[in-house]
Design a protein around this ligand. Structure first.
Ligand code: GLA
Length: 379
């Protein structure tokens, strides 16, 4: 679902619906170049905010209710600030943010909100984090709370998803949405939350192809992977960040946690290898790391699907593609292909054609650029 509503239109539609002039905030989705299913294990990740955003227009309404209009799903929700409970729909991301802020002692005022997004939903590009962060900025502004450290914004948005929505995600998505730097990926250490922007060479293009298989990460597979990794770390008596493959092999864990841990340990090592490849503009080397990441996510982490395996294989068969892997939580969603910039459009078309020929499915594809993190949109 892509919105065609730009921020000026959003303000106009807000004024029409609510009779007030809003402030508008926006927060991007993200890609993750490498470092998948390791953020909740103290790992290293390499995401980038992308040039697709969720925008939230907001104005206080003097009541005790958040009245939220979601343009893209043509729906409204009335959320009573004194009695926020999950409704198991899109509005939980909004209510969850309000709940976390209230828990922090912040007086969230009643407000009218209107949201729209061109971050595809369920495609593995963090449409939910974008919504959380945009709403978080809006509610903080209306509450008159300024100068919150950006890392705190990240933690609050993650808490909304963990504690209210019930998805035990790590911190990568919200962190990338808040901290994005145009033209750069972020090498993020999820243990310390130290991060370094890593320049992306102009010779590289990132093509995102949606398998059209929808994931629902609240469904349990993600939480199971996380639990397996925690069990492995407990059995080893160490964070998986500090374990080597040799130690893991010697530890003789039961098969499933052993495989999950092997993914985590090998994937963390691939992140700094990817940073080095980017610095050297070695796109072939980076492509091989993406392919290896996919293989590990598929065989050891078991979060890929037949459709994602097929789509990644179709991508790798296309001239100009250096490597491809499933991206995000998995169980459906998108494949990220690293493509030679000069051939990017032709490669994108060829991947879509190859996937259609192999599966009969017409995939959505888009080229994404690394963009800046969340903020207020100035009129
Ligand atoms: C989802 C979660 C992230 C991360 C990825 C997998 O996007 O929200 O925290 O765990 O899956 O890397």
């Amino acid at each position: 679902m892509a919105s065609s509503v730009n921020d000026a239109d959003l303000s106009a539609r807000f004024a029409e619906r609510f009779g007030a002039t809003p402030r508008v905030f926006r927060a991007p989705g993200r890609i993750n170049i490498i470092g998948e299913h390791v953020d909740y294990c103290d790992g290293l990740v390499l995401p980038a905010a992308i040039d697709r955003w969720c925008s939230a227009a907001a104005a206080a309404n003097g009541s005790d209710v958040l009245q939220v209009a979601a343009i893209d799903v043509a729906a409204e929700a009335s959320l009573d600030l004194g009695a926020l409970t999950p409704r198991k729909d899109w509005s939980d991301y909004v209510a969850g943010v309000a709940q976390v802020l209230r828990r922090e002692g912040i007086a969230v005022p009643g407000a009218d909100l209107m949201v729209t997004s061109d971050v595809p939903i369920g495609a593995g590009v963090s449409s939910s984090a974008a919504l959380e962060v945009a709403v978080l900025l809006a509610l903080l502004a209306l509450a008159g709370v300024a100068d919150v450290p950006r890392v705190q914004l990240t933690r609050w948005a993650q808490a909304a998803e963990n504690d209210f929505v019930g998805m035990p995600c790590g911190i990568m998505d919200q962190f990338a949405s808040v901290h994005g730097v145009a033209g750069h990926a972020l090498r993020l250490d999820c243990r310390t939350l130290d991060f370094t922007p890593v320049a992306l060479p102009d010779s590289a293009a990132f093509v995102l192809v949606d398998s059209m298989q929808r994931h629902a990460l609240v469904d349990g597979g993600y939480a199971e992977r996380r639990a397996d990794c925690e069990a492995a770390a407990a059995a080893l008596g160490a964070s998986l960040r500090d374990v080597t493959l040799a130690q893991l092999a010697r530890a003789a864990l039961p098969e499933r946690p052993a495989k999950r841990a092997r993914h985590v340990v090998s994937e963390i090592a691939r992140v700094d290898a990817a940073v080095a490849a980017l610095a050297a503009e070695d796109l072939s080397g980076l492509g091989r790391l993406l392919d290896a990441s996919h293989a590990s996510l598929s065989a050891d982490m078991a979060v890929s699907t037949a459709a994602l395996d097929k789509l990644a294989a179709c991508a790798r068969a296309v001239p100009g593609v250096y490597g491809a892997r499933m991206m995000g939580g998995g169980f459906g969603g998108s494949v990220l292909a690293l493509v030679d910039a000069v051939q990017a459009q032709a490669a994108q078309d060829a991947i879509v054609a190859g996937y259609a020929a192999a599966t009969g499915v017409a995939a959505n594809a888009m080229m994404v650029r690394a963009g800046d993190g969340a903020g207020e949109v100035m009129p």
